[in-house]
Design a protein around this ligand. Structure first.
Ligand code: PGA
Length: 254
């Protein structure tokens, strides 16, 4: 039986200015037309969200933030709230990316509060989890992922408002990935762990992220319980990003 069609989200991180970003969005739109199956989305930096929402008018490509504050408004210089993301045209946001957890010292509790703030604002959430290289080397991956899920899974999850993204920190931007067997085992574990934590946990899609590119996407997206990909560097090139989506469509039609 074919799997559900893939979910592929591009995380642009701190990249993109108006001119090159518009060209990238246009190239993506030109390359994929209107995806009629699967889910394609982009997470540009906050400065580009309102413009990107206009560029994507009439498109089924989804727009997401890269992070949100746990508060809705107030004296939080430099922060961006979930209602603001929604106001800019976003339908979802990432929370708990390792560059937030480790680069900005965000705890599981804060990530949970951010996810709940996003739900409150009517946004869907991509909750990122992943072990560091030291934790991987020490064989603590499952333990770390279980803790992150137990402590950062938000209240208010229904089957279609939360997606989990498993991203080994050591695989992000490095060109390294776990073996296909390791990805398969970890995703199978996450699936059953989620089912034990939430009534709808077993239905939540689980994306893989970390050095996904056109050359490895077909193999990764063919793995059971890998429902899609969260793509960083390769999402900044339209051809590469679309080739990942295409590989996912083929793998899931498989
Ligand atoms: P990468 O980043 O694809 O550049 O490894 C993935 C991510 O950080 O979401």
């Amino acid at each position: 039986m074919p799997d559900s069609p893939p979910i592929v989200f591009g995380n642009w991180k701190m990249n993109g200015r108006r001119t090159d970003a518009q060209a990238l969005v246009q190239a993506i739109l030109h390359g994929c037309g209107q995806p009629t199956t699967g889910t394609l989305g982009i997470c540009p930096p906050a400065t580009l969200l309102a413009s990107a929402a206009e560029w994507l008018t009439e498109s089924s490509i989804k727009l997401g933030g890269q992070d949100c504050a746990a508060e809705a408004s107030g004296a939080f210089t430099g922060d961006i709230s979930a209602p603001m993301l929604r106001d800019a045209g976003c339908g979802f946001t990432l929370v708990g990316h390792s560059e937030r957890r480790h680069g900005h010292g965000e705890s599981d509790a804060l990530v949970k509060a951010k996810a709940e703030a996003a739900f409150e604002a009517g946004l869907n959430v991509v909750l990122c989890i992943g072990e560091t290289e030291a934790e991987w080397d020490a064989g603590q991956t499952i333990q770390v992922l279980d803790r992150q899920l137990e402590q950062s899974l938000p209240a208010g999850v229904v089957a279609d408002n939360l997606i989990i993204a498993y991203e080994p920190v050591w695989a992000i931007g490095t060109g390294k990935t776990p073996s296909m067997d390791d990805i398969a085992n970890t995703h199978a574990h996450l699936k059953s762990k989620l089912a034990s934590l939430s009534a709808v946990g077993g239905d939540l899609p689980i994306l893989y992220g970390g050095s996904v590119k056109a050359a490895n996407a077909g193999e990764i997206l063919a793995i059971d319980h890998v429902d899609g990909a969260l793509v960083g560097g390769a999402s900044l090139k339209a051809d590469e990003f679309l080739a990942i989506f295409q590989a996912g469509l083929e793998a899931k039609a498989g």
